[in-house]
Design a protein around this ligand. Structure first.
Ligand code: APR
Length: 165
């Protein structure tokens, strides 16, 4: 099932929270910064051993000091107008994160709204891709119990609520 909440993803006690990372996986601002602060320095030390991550792909680490057991780091596309493969790359972030969830036998996962901050992806288009990709995946994978979309802003929350009605 899909759920929408408004708040800070680092507070959620789920199997995995998804990080909107960059290709280096060595931390940054936005939700990346929050997650690294919450997890503690062991997270960046672990990430440094992973050899980075391609846009549209995802890699998993423990959650360390976070309530979540794991962090799934995915690298969203930077918005360049929508004609450079951004929609498929964004969909791939959600799909690859869900594939890792299934591969690791996890059942609950929370997503921030990937690429819609520093990477400037229009929030409404990103929300539609997120909801479509996740619902299509859930139809084929009953083993995933819950996907939570964590909206940091009221604007995001209203978008996701509209999209999932
Ligand atoms: N919990 C949930 N959502 C959050 C949180 C939080 N604690 N902090 C920020 N967000 C939301 C933002 O409001 C935005 O809607 O996460 C969404 C993604 O924004 P960014 O974190 O800026 O991520 P993104 O746009 O994918 O850019 C990634 O930013 O932080 C750097 O290292 C990161 O280079 C990478 C780039």
């Amino acid at each position: 099932m899909m759920e929408i909440v408004q708040g800070d993803i680092t507070t959620l006690n789920v199997d995995a929270i998804v990080n909107a990372a960059n290709a280096s996986l060595l931390g940054g601002g936005g939700v990346d910064g929050c997650i690294h602060r919450g997890a503690g320095p062991k997270l960046v030390a672990k990430c440094a051993t992973l050899g980075g991550c391609k846009t549209g792909d995802a890699k998993i680490t423990p959650g360390y000091n976070l309530p979540a057991k794991y962090v799934i780091h995915t690298v969203g596309p930077v918005w360049h107008g929508g004609k450079k493969g951004e929609p498929d790359l964004l969909a791939s972030c959600y799909r690859r994160s869900l594939e890792l969830t299934v591969e690791h036998g996890l059942r609950t996962i929370a997503f921030p709204s990937i690429s819609t901050g520093v990477y400037r992806y229009p929030k409404d288009r990103a929300c539609d891709i997120a909801v479509e990709t996740v619902s299509a995946f859930l139809e084929r994978h009953e083993e995933i119990e819950k996907v939570i979309f964590v909206c940091f802003s009221q604007e995001d929350f209203s978008l996701y609520r509209e999209a999932t009605l």
